[in-house]
Design a protein around this ligand. Sequence first.
Ligand SMILES: [Zn+2]
Length: 85
Amino acid sequence: MITCQTLFNSASDYVESTDSSNPVVRFSLKQRISIRFHLLLCKYCRLYLKQIRLTSRTASALTVEVTPTDQEIERLVQRLKQLDD
Ligand SMILES: [Zn+2]
């Protein structure tokens, strides 16, 4: 069985691998079973993983992509032209 320290070291990669459709690090079936089994028995690691997952989701929710409309771009161009005069 893996230790809390082992899980602690790979927790971020594990959360990313389970949440992302294209994870950077992939875990083998054996590794995933070991982690799951540890989580089943250890409430501290469950809490730790929950906290990482929450932090990760909050961070990605804060990323806002803004795409200007054609109208907004046109307005900006007009303002820039006015500044040039
Ligand atoms: Zn643990």
